[in-house]
Design a protein around this ligand. Structure first.
Ligand SMILES: O=C(O)CCCC[C@@H]1SC[C@@H]2NC(=O)N[C@@H]21
Length: 259
């Protein structure tokens, strides 16, 4: 990946401005800095390699050069979007899921809130961070990491959840820039429908583990068990407890409950 190819790939997409780094700490950190100094809505930070890539709940996210996609988008939510800020996280999951389904014919699913799985293994993670100004969100940074080539998949002992990559699942070489284009196209298209029932239905219909018993690990070593019922329109996860009560969760890691 280089700046010239990237410029060509981003042509005719609604990306007002971008920063490319061959090597960076974390594209989310660069995007947060740029957001604080006036980055426009839709600006993109992309890196070929990250040395301090971050995942949800402060986990490490490894990005080796030449093998993955690691990028962060900066959004300036409109007054209407302020009502559904949490849906930017779902937007990233839906966009990657759709791009993989349409471009590679992969049976991609979304592990709530926004990991993308293929055949039960994770190939994309999303880290959403917000910049607040009093009660208003000034900017949302949506960081997306996709494992594209096999060398992007960390060793099993480094993983909390089994992982895979696009090329292994599609059984063919994958062009990172083509995939980036498709993801960005999906993000732009679905952002226009973020608060609509069509978006909600798509997100719900691609959710992994529907109707299955799951375990949700939350910060502070809290664990919640239940049958996965779906999501609310605001993106909360809905479980049904063994006693039949409804449980709504705003944060956590979903795993299938074994036994
Ligand atoms: O699965 C997760 O916990 C989320 C992983 C998010 C990784 C992406 S890669 C691009 C952006 N920069 C980061 O440091 N993290 C996100």
């Amino acid at each position: 990946m280089n700046e010239v190819d990237l410029t060509k790939a981003l042509k005719r997409l609604e990306i007002p401005s971008f920063q490319f780094f061959e090597k960076i700490g974390s594209s989310n950190d660069a995007a947060l800095t740029w957001a604080a100094s006036g980055a426009p809505d839709g600006a993109l930070v992309i890196a070929d390699e990250q040395t301090q890539g971050r995942g949800r709940m402060n986990r490490q996210w490894v990005t080796v050069p030449g093998a993955a996609l690691a990028f962060s988008l900066i959004f300036r939510p409109s007054p209407q979007e302020q009502e559904g800020i949490s849906l930017f996280s779902a937007l990233a999951g839906v966009a990657v899921q759709q791009a993989l389904e349409k471009t590679f014919g992969l049976p991609a699913e979304i592990k709530w809130p926004n990991d993308v799985l293929v055949n039960g293994k994770k190939l994309c993670g999303v880290l959403v961070e917000s910049v607040w100004m009093e009660a208003r969100v000034e900017a949302v940074v949506v960081g997306i990491g996709v494992n594209v080539a096999p060398s992007s998949v960390p060793a099993p002992e480094m993983l909390l959840f089994p992982a895979t990559c696009v090329e292994t699942e599609a059984d063919r070489p994958a062009d990172r820039l083509l995939l980036l284009r498709e993801i960005l196209r999906e993000i732009t298209a679905w952002r226009k429908h973020l608060l609509s029932s069509v978006f909600y239905q798509l997100y719900s219909s691609r959710l992994a583990f529907q109707g299955q018993w799951v375990k949700v690990s939350q910060p502070g070593d809290q664990i919640t068990y239940g049958r996965l019922k779906g999501v609310r329109t605001n993106g909360c996860l809905l479980l049904e407890s063994e006693a039949g009560d409804e449980i709504a969760l705003t944060i956590g890691d979903v795993h299938l409950r074994l036994g």
